[in-house]
Design a binder for this molecule. Sequence first.
Ligand code: NAP
Length: 339
Amino acid sequence: MKKIALITGISGQDGAYLAKLLLSKNYTVVGADRRSARDDKWRLRKLGVENKIIIEDFELSEITQIIRIFNKYKISEVYNLAAQSFVGSSFLNPISTSDVTGLGVLRILEVIRNLKYKPKFYQASSSEMFGDVLESPQTMKTPFNPVSPYAISKLFAHYTTINYRKAYDLFTVSGICFNHESPLRGEDFITRKITTGLSKIKAGILDCLEVGNIDAKRDWGFAGDYVHAMWLMLQQKKARDYIIATGKMYTVRQFINESLKYFDFDAYWTGKNENEKLVLKKNNKTIIKINKKFYRPNEVEKLLGDASLTKKQLKWKPSVNFKNLVKIMSLSDLEVYNR
Ligand code: NAP
């Protein structure tokens, strides 16, 4: 019998990579997707899996839809990747973010608790829960200190996942993922914003890229590696939570500088704070500048994960380092915009 996996958030970055991984392991993949007028299957198409998975209508705020899917399929593993996942938007839409990213998880777990069969459940937790970090690097023992509606909602979901494991003896686990990127990352997120922005400037369809805090530090890994860790977590005998991270931290500025190499831009930084900008040497044209509009109301300055336990117990390690990640993303967007 083939195992059936349910992936919520199938149209997102991780959903596509995870679907590809599970298909390669001979799962039947049911992808839960909310209806959209936009083309939300482009990632699945890009990885060549769009026609290999079953798509079901799904909205995290509608419990009846969740019940319907669990009644229709005997699901072995649930990967809950669906969320309003953009920190910036969570400040503009705090109530819907809490409803989807926080309460949505409780809805799924309540449905699972009342089922006759007991699927394993993975929750996509976030390093943003560490927020204004209380120690560095962050480990499973580091206290949380969330500073955005997104992170607070994720923390509610995280503790709900732990509570259902302890209170009801369910196999429910949380992966605290640090930032992970790829050519399939949404264009609002800073790494992809940089690689698409520089590609558009190179193609002559954008003059200048505007960014927020370029001194923010992040622990960036490759999404393809992270979905592998998610799968490993559900294959363990014992249900427990893990940190998924590379253990290396770089600034947004370093990401930009590394990416520039692939666009043949000879440029220099000038100015201070909000007036800092990146200028082309050949004609003094500004190609990147700071816009305070992109600052978060509450900034998370640095995130750095300690995944040593994950590496040891799951025998997992990231295969793509920072330089390669920037290379893959830059070359991919360069090709898209400069054909
Ligand atoms: P993503 O690309 O933004 O995908 C989010 C998915 O959730 C999309 O498929 C989206 O559907 C779906 N969704 C949003 N609201 C929904 C709703 N109300 N009902 C049903 N589905 C809904 O995110 P990702 O990068 O793949 O990340 C996957 C998960 O990991 C997310 O929960 C994210 O918060 C978490 N996470 C990500 C990172 C990272 O660095 N990528 C780090 C830590 C944690 P639409 O296409 O219709 O919008």
